[in-house]
Write a protein that binds this ligand. Structure first.
Ligand code: NAD
Length: 359
């Protein structure tokens, strides 16, 4: 593959050489038209050396502060466990770096608000890794919504992980390398599966709903667990008064099942989103009432992990508008997760403005 690079490249340092970097970020920095890999950092020497060397990093660090002191690193990708996102992002911003941080941006409303203050004070760019926003199929839906759809009457969206997920991904991905010195949070994130599923998967669904239909005002959620599976059905009140229904189910006894439908004034959209590791654009059918015809973009470049990084680079290097998830989007996604969890516990609707505390 010929990699065509632009003249001005953003110097990137990656914190964390765990699975998401091995499967997504290292290759993305290598392939993106506007980035170059200045450094990798991992407390596990084996991981740092192996992946730093393989991806031609100019420098390899075991200590995060040492990487932050590297002046050739203009932006940091934070690819660590969720619990470290906010503290690592704050340190990077205070060291004068732009930040691309994996999702979810944080674990509680309070800590993300603290981060927001640092983003505002430093004026640096922070983008959250809600990569669905860079799926060409989903972007075609967004364009239709912005330019032609008119008012939205209703939106349904679903994220249903499959029991076959790991069979699929094991078949596609290289075997992830692990290290005995990798830094892990004191509490195992999977100890509370309900919370883990909300943080790991619910944040994608909620950000997607906001990306498509705008701010969420209130949620009313029900939750059920059976035979080791769990499901949330969530009624959503959007600021634009569209009706919303979200379905978060882990794991369905069928293939990966993710997508959305939108009914609008001048058309409708049906979207089937594929397992992200296929790197295939979502199959998005846009029906235009005006000519009673359906259009589907091919979206041959389905590498949304690379595409989100190029978008991040364009904001920093060219002053392009931010189309990725901002700190406000990250905060609202955390608020929405808190609200869904509280609503499912109490059986009552919860306004996002009242959502505080941890997810
Ligand atoms: N967007 C997506 O589709 C997607 C998919 C999978 C995972 N993720 C997200 O990616 C993140 C990382 O996931 P993972 O499975 O790769 O995590 P992981 O915990 O397995 O790996 C993180 C690595 O970071 C290193 N690290 C952490 N703190 C460090 C520090 N202070 N100094 C040096 N090294 C440090 C660890 O040693 C470890 O090797 C999670 O937040 C997860 O939600 C996103």
């Amino acid at each position: 593959m010929a990699i065509k690079k632009e003249q001005r490249l953003l110097g990137v340092g990656i914190l964390g050489c765990g699975p998401i970097s091995q499967f997504g970020h290292l290759e993305s920095v290598q392939k993106a038209r506007n980035t170059q890999l200045r450094a990798v950092c991992d407390a596990d020497e084996g991981l740092a050396n192996r992946f730093g060397a393989f991806y031609d990093a100019s420098a390899i660090y075991l200590d995060y502060d040492a990487m932050l002191a590297d002046e050739t690193v203009e932006a940091v990708i934070i690819a660590t466990s969720d619990a470290f996102h906010v503290p690592a992002a704050i340190r990077a911003l205070q060291a004068g770096k732009h930040v691309f941080c994996e999702k979810p941006i944080g674990l509680s409303v309070q800590e993300v608000q603290d981060l927001q203050k640092v983003v505002d004070a430093t004026g640096k760019v922070l983008q959250v890794g809600h990569m669905l926003r860079f799926d060409p199929g989903i972007q075609s839906a967004k364009d239709f919504l912005t330019d032609e759809m008119g008012e939205i009457l209703a939106l349904k969206a679903w994220y249903c992980d499959s029991t076959a997920r790991y069979t699929n991904t094991d078949a596609i991905q290289p075997v992830p390398r692990t290290g005995t010195r990798a830094i892990k949070p004191s509490e195992n994130p999977k100890a509370n599966l309900r919370r883990y599923n909300m943080l790991a998967h619910g944040c994608h669904l909620l950000d997607l709903a906001r990306y498509l239909s705008g701010p969420i005002v209130e949620v009313h959620a029900r939750h059920r667990e059976k035979y080791g599976a769990m499901s949330w059905f969530i009624d959503v009140e959007f600021e634009n008064r569209a009706l919303g229904h979200l379905d978060l189910t882990l794991a369905v006894r069928m293939d990966w099942h993710e997508g959305f439908q939108i009914y609008g004034q001048n058309g409708s959209i049906k979207a089937n989103i594929l397992n992200p590791w296929y790197y295939r654009a979502a199959e998005v059918d846009i029906f235009r009432e005006a000519d009673a015809s359906t259009h589907r973009v091919l979206g041959a470049d389905g590498h949304f992990y690379r595409r989100q990084l190029e978008g991040f680079g364009d904001v920093i290097l060219k002053g392009a508008p931010m189309t990725g998830a901002s700190i406000i989007d990250g905060l609202e996604s955390v608020r929405a997760m808190v609200a869904v969890m509280r609503s499912a516990e109490t059986g009552q609707p919860v306004k996002l403005a009242d959502a505080t505390g941890p997810v």
